[in-house]
Design a binder for this molecule. Structure first.
Ligand SMILES: [Fe+2]
Length: 256
């Protein structure tokens, strides 16, 4: 089995990801070339622009799998959603309109707005965990508020959230600041998995394997294995532990 990518926007024409089947097949081939064998397709849901109902994503995923098979691209795809923190999440939970990382509905990809952390995010996480759902906060390293105040992620970890770091963030694709924060989060054990979050945009090429290789080099091969294993555990709905600690303070120069 190859790599498992739990966050990508490969479905054609459903959100700001791939615009067409041709691009989707191209991205799928890139994923395979990068060593990926399984992808969870996670279009945006309830983010103010995009609504991608569970039934529609399942249907589109089936159609995409058929196209992959037809094109002889060896990639297995599963239906998922990237769910934005909003007051519409719990009603969607109640009406059964959410898709999870695993079939049993234990792990949910939860996205903060890129500009900040909404005041009700903590309450939503509480309500979800009360229902047996563990939110996986997607790309916290790209959130403007966490970038400026990285310690703001910890309260969510205390609540039991897991995190998905974007491999491209760690590779420096989004700049030095995001790369440095990703490294600090990894160092403090505040990352659970890497995913690609691949879109059709040129600067978001597949770098999942590259990220894992850098992780093996910069930290340890064991940690890279651990991240890979976590992705497998999440899609299987198995328990995943985080051994995180508070972020190390940045060194400062003291003037006397
Ligand atoms: Fe995404």
């Amino acid at each position: 089995m190859g790599l498992i990518d739990l966050h990508c926007h490969l479905l054609p024409g459903v959100d700001d990801g791939s615009p067409s089947m041709a691009t989707s097949l191209k991205l799928a081939q890139e994923a395979v070339n990068d060593g990926v064998s399984h992808c969870l397709l996670t279009p945006h849901h309830l983010n103010g622009h995009y609504v991608n109902h569970k039934a529609d994503v399942i249907k589109a995923t089936d159609e995409f799998q058929a196209a992959l098979n037809e094109a002889a691209i060896p990639l297995t795809v599963f239906p998922g959603q990237e769910v934005r923190v909003s007051d519409r999440v719990l009603p969607a939970y109640d009406s059964g309109d959410l898709l999870y990382v695993d079939e049993g509905g234990k792990y949910l990809l939860l996205e903060m707005p890129s500009g900040g952390i909404p005041a009700f995010a903590k309450q939503l996480v509480f309500e979800l965990t009360q229902r047996g759902v563990t939110p996986i906060i997607v790309h916290p390293e790209r959130n403007a508020e966490i970038l400026d105040n990285p310690e703001r992620l910890a309260p969510f970890l205390e609540q039991g959230c897991l995190t998905q770091l974007t491999a491209s963030s760690y590779m420096g694709t989004f700049g030095k600041k995001i790369e440095a924060l990703t490294t600090r989060l990894i160092e403090a054990g505040q990352g659970t998995i890497f995913a690609s979050d691949a879109h059709a945009l040129a600067r978001r090429d597949y770098e999942l394997n590259e990220g894992l290789e850098k992780l093996a080099q910069e930290f340890s091969p064991q940690l890279a294995e651990h991240y890979k294993k976590n992705a497998r555990r999440l899609i299987n709905g198995e328990p995943v532990q985080m051994n995180w600690k508070p972020l190390k303070k940045k060194r400062r120069f003291w003037l006397f």
